[in-house]
Write a protein that binds this ligand. Structure first.
Ligand code: 7TS
Length: 417
């Protein structure tokens, strides 16, 4: 989409210069932003794309014949095409805009529940899911009398996938109708082997839903190669604006799925007796979308595409390895999540130190980390902890920033013990 050639070298200084927020001081200290799994920071191009929509073409989409409405519609639909290409969907109408992963997964659970679930059927998830990939399925199961089943998590923070001769995972049963799984765990950083699992599920006619919230900014996501039916992600974790998200769906399935929300733009004909629905993707896009945000998201994807995602991932992996090695020099520190395949997310607990106190002291040094259960309470129970401190890296982070986090953590531990 973008005429700029892919930049061959990963130039961290050049990347950092594009993020205005990195010049901010927090408590008088340079900001060290390690909370990218919660939301990533935004490059100037994304901020500009969003504000120039408001400044120059602000109008509602798919509604008017006037010039601004046409321009706004074209800009929004160009973003849809950018995203289609980025995730290698077959059709642009397989890309549905939502307000984020949470909305995408609620849409999936509501609609698939209506379509597929009967009393006694099963929905399979895993023990490392974010609440957004647990609660919507619980609600759907309650509505339809279905049962929620859970793949356990090992001590290293990987899926416990039991192998037997003819069955890759025993948790798939005759009653399993839906398999909903995270591509990457937000708390552990584990990259799940979803391609093989999806293939096994599909052999059994099970519909597959992937929570890609933590994958989209770090891995190459090819929905056709993965073979999933639905794939959900948020724009704001991939250098895009908050309030934006995507639900990719395979055309044949989306055609069969009933709408989630009713309202303007999702209809064909409305009478008081009966309503018929618009074609894809509009059937699932009731109301005025976050037009500026969607345009910003398109720009964020084009921005990422100007770089080599593999080089970004390699840089983040280097940060992960350095942080892991250095954190382990701290007495009484335990890393939660030691899978072989991880993105740049590192959760840890320290004996005698509460994560909240540590997070507060790090903040005083300008270092932003997340503390708490990370919306994965069942996973915290699995590891017997009430919460962790989590550092999550993005392409603009540096080894020096990690060294300042380690030094600040050591200092904090001395104060807190
Ligand atoms: N799924 C996963 C795996 C996530 O990490 C998150 C957000 C969501 C779903 C929900 O995304 P949203 O954009 O709709 O909120 N995770 C986090 C986090 O780890 N810290 O803050 C939000």
């Amino acid at each position: 989409m973008n005429s700029t050639a892919v930049k061959p070298v990963f130039d961290i200084a050049e990347i950092r210069a594009q993020f205005p927020i990195l010049k901010e001081l927090v408590h008088g200290k340079p900001l060290v932003y390690f909370d990218n799994a919660a939301t990533s920071q935004k490059p100037r191009r994304v901020i500009k794309a969003e504000s120039s929509y408001y400044a120059t073409i602000n109008a509602n989409v798919h509604r008017g014949v006037h010039t601004l409405s046409t321009k706004a519609t074209e800009a929004q639909e160009a973003a849809r095409e950018t995203i289609r290409k980025h995730i290698n969907a077959k059709h642009a109408h397989e890309v549905i805009f939502t307000s984020g992963t949470t909305a995408s997964l609620n849409l999936a659970a509501f609609s698939l529940g209506q379509l597929l679930l009967k009393k006694g059927d099963e929905v399979l998830i895993s023990g490392m899911e974010h609440h957004a990939n647990i609660v919507p399925w619980q609600l759907a199961c309650e509505r339809h009398g279905a049962v929620l089943k859970v793949i356990p998590v090992t001590d290293s923070g990987e899926l416990e996938i039991r192998r037997s001769d003819d069955q890759m995972i025993r948790q798939f049963t005759e009653r399993t109708k839906i398999f909903a799984i995270s591509h990457v765990s937000n708390t552990l950083g584990t990259i799940n082997p979803i391609k093989g699992l999806i293939a096994e599920a599909r052999k059994r006619g099970i519909i597959t839903v992937v929570d890609g919230a933590q994958a989209i900014a770090h891995l190459n996501v090819d929905v056709q190669d993965l073979g999933c039916d639905l794939y959900a992600f948020s724009g704001h974790k991939a250098y895009g604006p908050t309030g934006t998200g995507v639900l990719y769906g395979r055309e044949e399935l989306l055609e069969r799925m009933p709408p989630w929300q009713g309202g303007g733009e999702m209809i064909d004909v409305v009478t008081f007796e009966k309503t018929t629905f618009a074609k894809l993707p509009f059937k699932f896009e009731a109301g005025t979308p976050h037009i500026a945000g969607i345009i910003g998201l398109g720009e964020a994807i084009r921005w990422m595409e100007d770089y080599d995602k593999a080089a970004m991932a390699a840089h983040e992996h280097l940060l992960l390895e350095h942080a892991t090695k250095e954190l382990l020099t701290i007495d009484g520190l335990r890393i939660i999540g030691t899978a072989k395949e991880k993105v740049g997310v590192i959760s840890f607990v320290i004996e005698g130190v509460h994560h909240y106190d540590l997070g507060t002291l790090l903040d005083q040094q300008g270092i932003a980390v997340r503390t708490g259960h990370h919306c994965t309470q069942p996973l915290m129970d699995r590891f017997g902890v009430s919460g962790t401190t989590r550092a999550s890296f993005a392409c603009f982070n540096t080894v020096e920033e990690i060294d300042s986090m380690i030094a600040a953590t050591k200092k904090a531990v001395k104060m807190l013990r």
